[in-house]
Ligand binder design. Structure first.
Ligand code: SF4
Ligand code: SF4
Length: 468
């Protein structure tokens, strides 16, 4: 059966033919014909539909196997091309952020006093070197809990990894709440060129609402500010290696957070990446707020005006600056074209598990990334002592097989963002759990398609990034 999606954007009718991976601006009459065609189970055609079919569109696709294109090289990739590992050096943290995966709001994840011992850490580093033979550049990351609780272990790991790195570029990174950074630690991070991701959610009110000290329940804003001020004053040339990650609570004020990151002296020169509080594994489901969404959409609208050359950069909130990427992804995807003769295919979404950011928990277990729950056996893909569980990695990569029937009929197939994380019910990879996300995914893709078509209509040349 043909798989397509229709929508109206900017007062015009559009068709997205999923099998041909192509967009068309269509007449109102053809739009209505297509609606009837769809409702009749693809029986009630029309001359205009037949004309499109004669040109090779709205075709049924030959059946294919749901296999990821990287499946055939999976073993090679995991054996020789691992690029990054992140060591969970501790599960402990000196904060108790209310939305943190370990603070009780998420299924099966809690803070514990478990820490990685030196032997495990060194074996994990050996594992990285053994599995990155075909990479010239690799990186070693430190993750927690709060990794700086294990500063001494991190120092030993850095020395150990440097001692083994001949012939390779070795990079270090860390995600930290910054509260434990001392002069000595700052010097160490600077000297070793660490890329640092500092967690900071916004102004005093936004930060202190969720990010509090475990010991006394007090907010962390003042301490983090003091650390960032110190960093800028003593190492101004280090600032471009330090990014801020803001976890946005949609019940806080968008405007306050936005102007804080734009104007507040201690943070205005840092790159900021903002994400809403994660829904994955949350016990109480997604956090949403209508007013926040409206305000966010308005800023995205301003970003689009800026892309069209009708608004200055200075008017755009830093919180949405990466918001154009999804439209560029749609453009690149459509431009690539498709071959309907291919015998295997897979919906977009999953990475090659472990290849980009292999996560090693305190016990040496391997996971595709730090976003999955290390309490889940379903996403565990081996151990540093026994190597990769290739069958499990293959299952994670080919996660589309779980929902093959639905995916083959889904117009969002090439723009899907579903991976094993969405399917993980902590015991197994569940089709039911995965499908619960599809309405939200398709809603997002639909929005992006509308915006993409309108922007093209308004004259944005996505290839050149300018107006034609
Ligand atoms: S969230 Fe999914 S796709 Fe992204 S790195 Fe983790 S496992 Fe891979
Ligand atoms: S949105 Fe759902 S049905 Fe569609 S491709 Fe993604 S996982 Fe499959």
């Amino acid at each position: 059966m043909p798989v397509f999606h229709m929508f109206v954007a900017g007062g015009k009718e559009y068709l997205f033919d999923a099998n041909a991976n192509s967009f068309f601006k269509i007449s109102k009459t053809l739009y209505e014909d297509l609606q009837k065609y769809q409702q009749s189970g693809f029986r009630d055609s029309s001359p205009a539909i037949e004309k499109l079919q004669e040109k090779g569109y709205l075709q049924e696709r030959a059946d294919f196997e749901m296999i990821h294109p990287m499946d055939s090289t999976l073993e090679y990739s995991l054996e020789r091309c691992i690029g990054t590992i992140a060591l969970q050096v501790t599960q402990g943290c000196n904060l108790r952020c209310k939305y943190c995966a370990y603070s009780g709001g998420y299924e099966n994840r809690t803070h514990s006093s478990k820490r990685m011992n030196k032997e495990t850490a060194f074996r994990a580093i050996d594992f990285l070197f053994q599995h990155s033979v075909d990479r010239d550049r690799i990186s070693l990351g430190f993750y927690g809990g709060e990794p700086l609780l294990e500063y001494n272990l991190i120092k030993e790991c850095v020395d150990y990894a440097k001692g083994k790195s001949a012939g390779k570029e070795l990079l270090f990174n860390m995600t930290t709440n910054a509260t434990l950074i001392t002069d000595e630690i700052l010097e160490f991070l600077y000297e070793n060129g660490f890329s640092l991701t500092v967690s900071l959610d916004g102004d005093r009110q936004a930060q202190n609402k969720n990010r509090i000290f475990a010991a006394n329940g007090e907010g962390t804003f003042d301490v983090v500010m003091q650390k960032l001020e110190k960093l800028q004053a003593s190492h101004p040339d280090y600032m471009d290696r330090v990014h801020i990650n803001a976890v946005i609570d949609p019940t806080t004020s968008f405007d306050c957070t936005s102007s804080f990151f734009a104007d507040y002296e201690a943070v205005k020169d840092f790159y900021v990446r903002a994400n809403l509080i994660s829904d994955f594994y949350r016990k109480d489901g997604a956090l949403r707020d209508e007013a926040y969404s409206e305000r966010f959409s308005y800023e995205i609208f301003k970003l689009y005006l800026q892309k069209l050359g009708r608004l200055d950069d200075a008017n755009i909130s830093k919180l949405v600056l990466h918001g154009f990427q999804s439209l560029e992804d749609i453009h690149d995807n459509v431009k690539m074209g498709v071959s309907l003769k291919t015998k295997i295919d897979h919906h977009a979404g999953p990475c090659v598990p472990g290849m980009q950011r292999l996560f090693v928990d305190v016990d040496g277990n391997l996971y595709p990334c730090e976003r999955v729950s290390e309490a889940s056996k379903a996403v565990r893909m081996g151990h540093i002592d026994t190597g990769f569980d290739i069958d499990r990695a293959r299952e994670l990569l080919n996660i589309g097989r779980l929902t093959e029937k639905e995916c083959k009929r889904c117009w969002a197939f090439r723009f899907c963002s579903s991976c094993a994380v969405q399917a993980d019910d902590l015991e197994k990879l569940s089709a039911e759990k995965k499908l619960q996300n599809c309405t939200m995914i398709r809603g997002h893709v639909d929005n992006m398609m509308r915006d993409y078509c309108v922007m093209r209509d308004l004259g944005l040349d996505f290839d050149k990034g300018k107006i034609f």
